[in-house]
Design a protein around this ligand. Structure first.
Ligand code: AMP
Length: 215
């Protein structure tokens, strides 16, 4: 079955980790707009130059730029069997832009976690600068990426003031988007507390139960 999924939730709820796991399980691409933009910044491309300042300050990159980035990515052949969008859409404007492409989203997985826990997680988050692998907060010993062998680093925007800004931006601009999808009855709400495996099982079970429901 094709899966065209969107993961929504504040930063630090484990969307990236869960998207990576779902992508491996279902063999469909994980499309993280944050990773695409960080790659653009690192490569020194024109796009990277434009988006760097927004990312550094925890602001959203303008919708027209994001829509171009995502439309380009969704034009690749590897999305024909489905995809997992992580970090997009983040505004009503982006969701409407995605609707206009004619690509139907099957499910929106909304992962929720308390803000205190989010801050705790983001302040102890390390990730691989090469492949985006994220070290779980519970995994204290790891300091190199198990896939690439590269030293894990903290993200520049995982700084307390920028985290607070990102949470505010999420509440004001992204949360209202849930209603856009709730009206269509495609939102699966998942408790993001607990271990990575527990959350993964909740998502899988929720999606499978809903599939059965629709049969
Ligand atoms: P993330 O890795 O998803 O936390 O994204 C990191 C940063 O990239 C965000 O704080 C934004 O500056 C930018 N970004 C990623 N995705 C989007 C999006 N869909 N719309 C606007 N800005 C985005």
């Amino acid at each position: 079955m094709d899966r065209r999924l969107v993961l929504i939730g504040p930063p630090g709820t484990g969307k990236g980790t869960q998207a990576q796991m779902l992508s491996e399980e279902w063999k469909i691409p994980h499309i993280s707009t944050g990773s695409l933009l960080r790659e653009a910044v690192e490569s020194g491309s024109e796009l990277g130059g434009v988006v760097e300042q927004y990312m550094r300050s925890g602001e959203l990159v303008p919708d027209n730029i994001m829509l171009d980035v995502v439309k380009e990515r969704l034009s690749h052949n590897d999305v024909s069997g489905g995809f997992i969008l992580d970090g997009f859409p983040r505004t009503i404007e982006q969701a409407e832009g995605l609707d206009r492409t004619g690509i139907d989203i099957d499910r929106v997985v909304y992962i929720y976690v308390d803000e205190d826990e989010i801050i705790r997680r983001l302040l102890s988050r390390y990730e691989c600068p090469k492949c985006g692998y994220i070290k779980g907060a519970e995994n204290n010993k790891e300091d190199v990426c198990p896939k690439c062998g590269v030293k894990l680093v903290r993200r520049a925007d995982d700084d307390i003031d920028i985290i607070k800004k990102r949470l505010k931006v999420y509440r004001e601009q992204t949360e209202p988007l849930l209603d856009h999808y709730k009206d269509r009855g495609i939102v699966l709400e998942v408790d993001g507390n607990g271990t990575v495996e527990e959350v993964f099982r909740r998502i899988e079970k929720g999606l499978i139960d809903e599939d059965k429901h629709q049969e």
